[in-house]
Each structure stands twice: as structure tokens, then as C-alpha cells.
Design a binder for this molecule. Structure first.
Ligand SMILES: NC(=O)c1ccc[n+]([C@@H]2O[C@H](COP(=O)([O-])OP(=O)(O)OC[C@H]3O[C@@H](n4cnc5c(N)ncnc54)[C@H](O)[C@@H]3O)[C@@H](O)[C@H]2O)c1
Length: 315
């Protein structure tokens, strides 16, 4: 498959990620089909895209007419026939290996032999998912970051059987739709972004457990300190700027005090066992009842847009 021949994109799973990914492809002029199991999930997806689009129109990122054109490029279906004419498939269904296997064993038979097949898994093994894929050399990871229509990064992950041309094409199409892809050469759990994200979360919960600082102040460290740095520089650049001799000296007394637990923190497991899933259930580390959930999402998107405009310019 050559990039110029890719016309029809099919996204499986019209949830949080799939819906927003569809509008990103559609914004670049691709015809996109969103596939899900039930009409009600497709209605929810239409609604989600409309909310995202109207936020972009309000922010003058594009016009109402642009928004209508983007919606015109997206179709919604519960019929697996859509895979028959797919040039490029992104799977964004539930994060479960058995369900992904059963999806891919059927879809890789149905899709054209030369279609490019990708999964948006957050960190399941690409090599393992590929065991269910017919002709796995055309299959790789394409890991978008939530919210996909705003965050530039995409991790492109090579499984053991991925052909170099496949991951290169996925990398190139990511660039074409205005994203900032990185190539992950070795299929490691969590790829790269989630390895960092969960190392930070482990230390955050360790700091709470040790009574070193409150949860609010842990978040303040990122909002007012590290976050500003990390929006502009990577950790290795930061170390170079700080001075590697100094970073070496700090590492030699600090590393041994950091959490190295192999277990999920009881703070997290207790919250989850009590049904506190965060914004989606109205309570997590913080309370999101009485409409705070919508307010927090709206503020997040506004702030992300502002930061991304400042750093990368208007889309
Ligand atoms: N939410 C995130 O922050 C995030 C970030 C990056 C990657 N991901 C990954 O993206 C994938 C989707 O996550 P999400 O947050 O969009 O989930 P979601 O629950 O919002 O959406 C998943 C959708 O997939 C549908 N689905 C489930 N099984 C299906 C099947 N067999 N065929 C077709 N549709 C099916 C569901 O009906 C649902 O609409 C997961 O693999 C997840 O790990 C999520």
C-alpha cells in the first residue's frame, strides 16, 4: 500500500478515542467510517464529535462550514461490511486481549490484503495482538493520546512481525494529518509515554503514602513547575541544561529513596474497588459531582488548546 492510495479510513470503536481520531482524519480530507456494535454508541459518538467541533468553531480553529465539511467526511455504521473497502484501519475498541484477538481474526480476513491495520492499544503487546492478524507484516501500533484531536503525539509501534514499510507509512500518514509521530522500535509494555506516565503516578502515590505532600500539592508541582518544563523540553535535555554533574550527584542519593514497588498502590486499588473511577464516575482522587465533571473537561480542552497554540501555533 502506498500513502497516496489511502482514501478510506475505518475506525473500529466509536468511543472517547475513536470519535476524536475520526474527526482528525476527516479534518485532513479523508473519508472516515466509524464502526461500533450498537446504534446508541454511534449516536453517542456523533454527539461527542459535535461537542468537540463546536468547541473548535467557538475557538475559531475552523469555521462552521469547515465543521460541516468535516462531519460530511464521517459516516457511522454497525455493519462489518465497511472493512471490505478499507485502505487503513485503526482499532480503538475495548482494552482486552481476547476481545482484540477476536476482532482482528475476523477483520484481517475481511479487509483487503494490502490494507494497513493498526491498533490504538494503550500498551498491550503489538506482537501478541498480531497473533490473530492475517498477514501481520501490515499490522502495527498507532497509539494516540487523549484527546486525540488536540494532542500532537502519536506512538508508532513495531511488533516483531511488522514490516518496516508498514510502520513508515503509519508514521508518514500521522505527519500528513498534522500529528507528531515517534517510532517505537521495540514492542515494550506501555511503549514510551505510558512508561513515564505510570512511573510518575507510582511516585505520586508513594509521596502521599509517605506523608511528604498532599495530593493537591503533588498536582501543583506539575502545573506550576515540571509541566512548564516538560511542555518545552524532554528529561534528557533538562538534565543537559541543569548540568550532568549536578544530576549525577542528586541521582546518587535520591534514586534509592524513590518508589521501586512492583505492586499497584493500595491508594489506587482502594479507590477502584470502591467504584471511584475519576471523572467518569463523579469521584476519584477529587470530587466531580454537581457538574464539575463537564467543567473540568472543558477547562482541560481550553488549556490544552492554549498551550498547543503557544508552542506549535494555530492549527
Ligand atoms: N481513553 C484513553 O485515554 C486512551 C488513550 C490511548 C489509548 N486508548 C486505547 O484506545 C482503545 C479505546 O479506548 P476508549 O477510551 O476510546 O474506550 P471507550 O470505552 O470510550 O470506547 C470503546 C468503544 O469500542 C466499542 N467496542 C467494544 N468492543 C467492540 C468490538 N468488538 N467491535 C467494535 N466496537 C467495539 C465500544 O462499544 C465502545 O464504543 C483502548 O484500547 C484504550 O486502551 C485509550
Amino acid at each position: 500500500m502506498e500513502i497516496k492510495n489511502i482514501k478510506n479510513i475505518v475506525i473500529a470503536g466509536a468511543g472517547v478515542m475513536g470519535s476524536s481520531m475520526a474527526q482528525t482524519f476527516a479534518q485532513s480530507g479523508y473519508k472516515v467510517t466509524l464502526y461500533d456494535l450498537k446504534d446508541e454508541y454511534l449516536d453517542r459518538s456523533r454527539n461527542l464529535i459535535n461537542i468537540n467541533q463546536s468547541a473548535s468553531v467557538d475557538k475559531k480553529i475552523f469555521t462552521k462550514q469547515d465543521s460541516e465539511n468535516i462531519m460530511g467526511n464521517i459516516s457511522f455504521t454497525c455493519s462489518k461490511d465497511c472493512f471490505r473497502s478499507a485502505d487503513f484501519v485503526v482499532e480503538a475498541i475495548v482494552e482486552n486481549m481476547d476481545i482484540k484477538h477476536s476482532f482482528w481474526s475476523e477483520v484481517s480476513e475481511t479487509a483487503p490484503e494490502d490494507a494497513i491495520l493498526t491498533t490504538n492499544t494503550s500498551g498491550l503487546s503489538i506482537t501478541k495482538i498480531a497473533e490473530a492478524v492475517k498477514n501481520p507484516e501490515r499490522f502495527c501500533g498507532m497509539h494516540w493520546i487523549n484527546p486525540p484531536h488536540i494532542i500532537p503525539l502519536i506512538e508508532v509501534i513495531n511488533g516483531d512481525k511488522t514490516a518496516a514499510e508498514t510502520s513508515k507509512l503509519v508514521y508518514d500518514i500521522s505527519k500528513l494529518i498534522g500529528k507528531q509521530p515517534i517510532m517505537i522500535n521495540k514492542d515494550a509494555p506501555g511503549f514510551v509515554l505510558n512508561r513515564f506516565q505510570f512511573a510518575v503516578l507510582r511516585e505520586a502515590m508513594h509521596i502521599i503514602e509517605e506523608g511528604i505532600a498532599s495530593k493537591e500539592d503533588i498536582d501543583n508541582v506539575f502545573k506550576y513547575g515540571l509541566g512548564i518544563r516538560y511542555a518545552c523540553l524532554g528529561p534528557l535535555e533538562i538534565a543537559d541544561l541543569g548540568g550532568l554533574d549536578t544530576f549525577y550527584n542528586i541521582s546518587s542519593y535520591l534514586t534509592k529513596d524513590l518508589s521501586n514497588t512492583k505492586e499497584v498502590s493500595s491508594i489506587l486499588s482502594d479507590l477502584v474497588n470502591d467504584g471511584n473511577y475519576g471523572v467518569k464516575s463523579g469521584k476519584g482522587f477529587y470530587d466531580y459531582s454537581n457538574g464539575r465533571d463537564k467543567e473540568v473537561i472543558r477547562k482541560r480542552d481550553e488549556d490544552f488548546y492554549k498551550v498547543s497554540e503557544c508552542l506549535f501555533g494555530e492549527k
